[in-house]
Design a protein around this ligand. Structure first.
Ligand SMILES: [Ca+2]
Ligand SMILES: [Ca+2]
Length: 110
């Protein structure tokens, strides 16, 4: 291969996008804390998962969540295994009563 400026530029760009890709992978974890009362009060449960993963809320807080602290966006579901009615939220969510979602959530897509 003849080394030209465009070859060098291409290699540089490839290395850079690989690096950006690796950094992005590290950013994909979402930590979600659910609370059984508004304004991040009451009983709490915390869980960290890869973005896109569906997780059921623990039995102890099933259908009892009223506020959620999280990073990024999450989708909440009425039933377990990310089934039933759903809604996408931008974090944090201080009061699910405002959206008709209090005491209803059974699973979350991170
Ligand atoms: Ca409550
Ligand atoms: Ca439910």
């Amino acid at each position: 291969m003849k080394i030209t400026l465009s070859n060098i530029l291409c290699l540089f760009l490839a290395a850079f996008s690989l690096m950006a890709c690796t950094i992005h992978l590290d950013d994909e974890d979402r930590t979600v804390t659910v609370y059984t009362d508004p304004s991040f009060r009451g009983q709490r449960e915390q869980r960290t998962e890869r973005e896109g993963k569906c997780a059921n809320v623990p039995d102890s807080v099933n259908d009892r969540v009223e506020s959620i602290a999280c990073n990024g966006d999450i989708t909440v579901y009425e039933h377990e295994d990310c089934r039933g009615a759903s809604r996408r939220f931008t974090c944090d969510i201080p009061n699910l009563n405002d959206f008709g979602w209090a005491d209803r959530i059974s699973s979350i897509r991170f």
